[in-house]
Design a protein around this ligand. Sequence first.
Ligand SMILES: [Zn+2]
Length: 413
Amino acid sequence: MGLNSERIGRDNLSFILRRVHVVGPQSRSDLTSLLGLNRTTIGSLVRQLESRSLVEEQQMSSSGLPGRPSHVVRVRSDAHLVLALEIQVDSMAVGLFGLGGSLVRSRRIASDPREVGPDETIAQLLGAAREFITDDDRDRIVGVGVGVVGLVRSVDGVVRLGPNLGWTDVPLGAMVRSGLGLDVNVRVGNEADLGGLAEYLRGAARGIDDAIYVSGEVGLGGGIIVKGQLLAGAHGFAGEIGHAVVNPTGMRCACGATGCWETEVGEQALLRAAGITADGNPRRAVNQILEAAASGQPVARAAVEHVGRWLGIGLSSFVNAFNPGVVVFGGLFGRLEPLVEGIVWEELERRALLACRENLAIRPGRYGIDAALYGAAELAFEPLLADPTLAPARGPQSAGSSGRRKTSVVANR
Ligand SMILES: [Zn+2]
């Protein structure tokens, strides 16, 4: 096979695997018309993916109609796994996922990165991961994805700045790579970008190719999807909408500037609006405010509405700039959304251009606090989806296999 036809073959394998991974089971005839190839070629491509334990085929004969039986191709979610890791401001998580976005299991634990610093935080994360995966899992892991609340440089997975973690220039990708001892790709992405990716591929923004994901906890992260792709910028730092200035006479932000959007809508803003100084457990205080607001308690209600108003004020600029089909609220904002939907719309109607907002939908996210963990799994599968021949072949088709594992540290948004 020449180099060119080898590449075309790989691209076709990639198309089929990505399609069944993201969209779900496909009939052979769907694939035939999608790829514009004949049935024999599709059959051969599917067999190659089967030989690498990436897909399986089922014969569907239930229609009772005459003619050739239909074959349905679906992912095998058990043979190849990815490890997803996540670092937030007050917790960290580990998860194992199979193809098709299927969660095997996950675990979230409390943490305090600000208190213990980056080295200890990453050591805790790696310790949790090592404890979490069994020997059997280890043999099946084909990639690692890491989500972190900070600005991640695409080329090497360095966290240039994590304002709410207190991190500057932390080589997270390299540290995870060397600390885990798994000879697989490690990719690092920004937490809100990965949350946006998960909500776009399988969640509240599914099927809408222009979307904005706005995730709030301590800070505010944004993931912007343009024509089905995450907006990365020149070096991977795009989407930092939480640091857009909305109130120049407002509060000082963790990034050093004054009046960033996140200073008006993050957890601290909600607590401040409710007149609460929660040093011990801000998350519990936030939960109490949300519950009280839902039951109509006036002070909590006013605090939630204050945050909702600033959410709408900030959002109007991004609706004008990106004309999204959907805005998905994740994390704290996902829980806030039902309480503040009317106020957010009030501000959008006052400030966003009619043409930019007239077909807009606003929804809470599907994945809640775990959105970035699901997105990290997608990031970790990306090398295999791009080149399914990275999975080892068995049987007669193993000749020419490029082997299962490719070693590199790649960061991505
Ligand atoms: Zn800021």
